[in-house]
Design a protein around this ligand. Structure first.
Ligand code: SAM
Length: 343
């Protein structure tokens, strides 16, 4: 039995399964619109599907189907045969609009391809070779860094506003795996006496340096090339950000990096950890449990932790008990700060 009017009490599960089985279609509508530049064309003014098709150089009938589907999904509005962006959607989906997350959506589109190999990854317990090859093209790093930057940029001011640091003295910050420097720049904005070293792999440094220069922060925020698995981080820092980095490391690398950061901090300095965090039973929240699978698909051995894992590793490294920090508007990340005891 099935259907809304049959009194079938399995309907919620049936609906959930149905939604899971078909959710990929909505994601592809979004990705295709971004890839083709449909939102950019529509944003220029209410446009017919024929006008959009001409603008994006695609088949007129197919573009009409795509625009209708995007309308049904709430991304566009259609009136008298003309399409425009739905309220609020243009701010997110149109290239070049400050705060738009187009680069982040392109990154998700790359993840989509990787998720197609999930059963293989689970069978072998390893990142599928196709997924590693995804990262081979020469522009992969540029796209990866810009995608993460687009995701971080709207969050960074709220994250910076949640991190309380001394104002009355100079501060040296290291942004471990800082990539694009968005969080360092937001903290530099909040704390005028703060200077930041954004520590990342050599291949990331030129892209990050360009983003920092374009944002006008090269004076106080600089990229530093290094590999935290093999090289020292430096010493004497007042603050160390470790954001979105532990999830890409093999499990034993998590406490090792926390210990290394302890050594890089001056007495009284702060580590700030930010990542998706699993519930104690590791079976939720959904975004974190799914993200843990994404790390199986995208890294060699990466994975997520629980808050208890963090607390234990911080304590074992010598930090004082960590403070959880609420970031308004944070969708799925957890942020904690812990202090290296003053000498
Ligand atoms: C997911 S990104 C997080 C970027 C940024 N912190 C954020 O939260 O948006 C992880 C970053 O860690 C860097 N990374 C990974 N392994 C590294 C290593 N061994 N040494 C230095 N950086 C590394 C990557 O290049 C990447 O920029």
């Amino acid at each position: 039995m099935s259907g809304d009017d049959t009194g079938d009490d399995t309907l919620p599960v049936r609906r959930r399964v149905q939604d899971l089985a078909t959710g990929f279609r909505g994601a592809q509508v979004l990705f295709a619109c971004v890839e083709l530049g449909v939102f950019d064309a529509v944003a220029a003014g209410p446009a017919t599907s024929a006008e959009v098709a001409a603008e994006v150089a695609a088949d007129a009938r197919a573009v009409e189907l795509l625009l209708n589907a995007a309308t049904a999904l709430g991304l566009l509005h259609k009136a008298e045969g003309r399409f425009r962006m739905a309220p609020g959607a243009g701010e997110l989906l149109v290239r070049g609009v400050p705060g738009a997350i187009v680069g982040g959506i392109e990154l998700q589109s790359a993840h989509y391809r990787r998720w197609g190999h999930l059963a293989d990854a689970v069978r072998t317990g390893r990142r599928p070779p196709e997924n590693a090859r995804d990262e081979a093209p020469p522009d992969w790093i540029e796209r990866f860094v810009r995608g993460i930057y687009a995701t971080a940029l709207p969050l960074a001011p709220a994250v910076a506003a949640s991190i309380e640091l001394p104002r009355e003295r100079d501060l040296r910050l290291i942004d471990v795996g800082g990539c694009h420097g968005a969080y360092s720049m937001a903290l530099a904005e909040r704390y005028p006496r703060l200077r930041a070293d954004v520590f990342d792999l050599p291949r990331v440094v030129p892209v990050g340096a360009r983003l920092i220069a374009d944002a006008g922060w090269s004076g106080r925020v600089r990229m530093v090339a290094g590999d935290f698995q093999r090289e020292p981080l430096g010493s004497g820092y007042d603050v160390a950000l470790v954001f979105g980095v532990l999830n890409g490391e093999p499990r034993e690398g998590h406490p090792a990096l926390i210990r290394k950061v302890f050594g890089a901090l001056a007495p009284g300095g702060w580590i700030v950890l930010r990542d998706a965090v699993l519930d104690p039973d590791r079976a939720g929240p959904p975004e974190a449990a799914l993200f843990a699978l994404q790390m199986l698909l995208a890294t060699d051995g990466g994975g997520l932790d629980t808050r208890d894992d963090w607390e234990r590793w911080l304590r074992e490294a010598g930090f004082e008990p960590p403070l959880p920090i609420e970031v308004p508007g944070e969708l799925w990340g957890s942020l904690v700060m812990a202090r290296r005891p003053a000498a």
